[in-house]
Design a protein. Structure first.
Length: 110
């Protein structure tokens, strides 16, 4: 059983609250689409973006982020939606997840 951790952005980047919400919904949609494709390929998928989608404000963001990193420790590989992680165009959270995966020697699938 290959359990993969899906690295994908969650938050929107706009300073406009409504536009940031739209961006967040698009990020959730993209994570859902990617997770479905991975499940169809036979992977078992953990997606922090999907796991806590629209849970904003129910607890500190750090709890969500720390839980995601804990789950990353338990996964066999990491899949990222960012096709060139060296450009570091993904979110700060995604960068931290990728760095931890590299530090742990996890297989990273682009």
């Amino acid at each position: 059983m290959d359990v993969v951790y899906l690295v994908s952005p969650y938050r929107g980047t706009s300073s406009n609250q409504f536009m940031a919400w739209i961006q967040r919904q698009l990020n959730i949609h993209n994570a859902k689409k990617a997770a479905k494709a991975l499940w169809k390929k036979g992977y078992y998928v953990f997606s922090p973006t999907m796991n806590t989608a629209n849970f904003d404000g129910i607890t500190d963001d750090d709890k969500f982020l720390n839980f995601g990193l804990e789950m990353l420790l338990r996964c066999d590989a990491v899949v990222t939606l960012d096709t060139d992680r060296k450009k570091l165009e993904c979110s700060l959270g995604c960068k931290e997840e990728i760095e931890l995966a590299e530090l742990l020697g996890k297989k990273i699938i682009l």
